[in-house]
Design a protein around this ligand. Structure first.
Ligand code: FNR
Length: 359
């Protein structure tokens, strides 16, 4: 691609050029027919913005708080694994970009830098994303280390009792390099350069994880717990009832269950069900500042971005991640100005029209 990228999608093109096909496919791909992968992005296009005019928008304030932490804009970094496949500095570079952008990074269990390396490389506010393996002592050890390393919250991912079927990875015979947080913990070898995807196999993932286990997790830590991977009102109500600190509406970037709904189409259902009792975060398909605007209008407190961060990292390292976040912030600021919303709390349900309302 010629010239500097002017939007997040152009960063995806740069990443495609920079990465070996196997790694690009790993980051970009989704499950099976990739219906949900496409619809996560397309569904945003079916929502229009209802701008209000003659509002004083000479000053726009994008800052907000998540679990009491101030961030410069309602845009956070989603947990994605294996950043060293994108760039040799891996998650350490991503975390420095998070700190420079004054946002929160959620570090994946499957990171390619250890959480200690990430913690010592920056002063970003970090949450830790947890996968629970059959060997519960591993989860307990990870939670303990996450707390010791200054993570401010635990994000329990609940949409992956088994690994989704990502056909590009199967075709490419994708292997995962060592998962540094798990070194010496899983019985399979995870410390050599390339090993099969067994860390995520039926043998290792705990498919018996259920609601009562949130209590067990609570007994392990003082960190607030968020549940990531909620798509229905039924589960949103349960999460609010058991009193978790927040939820993330997510379909795992469409990498798990194909034909699960595009996340933006279920956000409002979940927000209504929760009834303001706990904060609702959102991810899936956010590629424009206007997408952030739409998610906020439908009730999200903030959005997480997954692939755009990895594409920024692959294309231009730490600088690329900063650019991606800044582009989304610039676009959001402009959308707010052009819609008559001087602050994020001015963005309301009446500022968007969904597909259903247009019928
Ligand atoms: C993910 N995601 C993810 N989620 C999680 O809870 N733990 C993880 O380790 C990962 N790993 C991961 C790797 C890659 C390459 C991708 C693309 C995604 C899902 C992620 O947190 C988030 O839900 C989606 O990426 C959001 O969608 P977008 O922004 O990528 O469209």
């Amino acid at each position: 691609m010629a010239g500097e990228p002017v939007n997040v999608n152009e960063f995806q093109e740069l990443a495609r050029e920079a990465l070996p096909k196997m790694y690009y496919d790993f980051y970009a791909g989704g499950a099976e027919d990739q219906y949900t992968l496409k619809d996560n992005v397309e569904a945003f296009k079916r929502i229009t913005i209802r701008p209000r005019i003659l509002v004083d928008v000479s000053r726009i304030g994008m800052s907000t708080t998540v679990l009491g932490y101030n961030i410069s804009a309602p845009i956070m970094i989603a947990p994605t694994g294996l950043h060293k496949l994108a760039h040799p500095e891996g998650e350490a570079a991503t975390a420095r970009a998070a700190a420079a952008s004054k946002t929160i990074m959620i570090l994946s269990t499957g990171s390619s830098c250890t959480m200690e390396e990430v913690a010592s490389s920056c002063n970003a506010v970090r949450f830790f994303q947890l996968y629970v393996y059959k060997r519960r002592d591993i989860a307990a050890a990870l939670v303990h280390r996450a707390e010791k390393n200054g993570h401010k919250a635990l994000v329990l991912t609940v949409d992956a009792p088994r690994l989704g079927r990502r056909e590009a990875d199967i075709k490419n015979k994708m292997m995962v390099p060592g998962l540094k947080n798990l070194e010496g913990l899983l019985s399979i070898e995870v410390d050599s350069r390339f090993k099969p995807r067994s860390f995520f196999s039926k043998a290792t993932m705990d498919a018996s994880l259920c609601w009562k286990d949130v209590e067990w997790l609570r007994s392990l830590t003082n960190m607030p717990i968020l549940i990531k991977g909620i798509l229905t009102r039924e589960d949103a109500i349960k999460a609010a009832e058991i009193g978790v600190a927040g939820i993330v509406v997510s379909n795992h970037g469409a990498r798990q269950l194909d034909y699960s709904p595009a996340t933006i189409t279920v956000l409002e259902e979940v927000v209504h069900a929760v009834g303001g009792k706990i904060p609702v975060l959102f991810d899936g398909g956010v590629r424009r500042g206007t997408d952030v605007f739409k998610a906020l209008a439908l009730g999200a407190q903030a959005v997480l971005i997954g692939r755009p961060v990895v594409f920024g990292l692959a294309a231009k390292g730490e600088h690329g991640v900063k650019r991606v976040i800044q582009m989304l912030k610039d676009e959001l600021e402009l959308a707010m100005a052009l819609s008559g919303c001087p602050s994020v709390k001015d963005i309301t349900r009446s500022h968007v029209r969904t597909e259903r309302e247009r019928l």
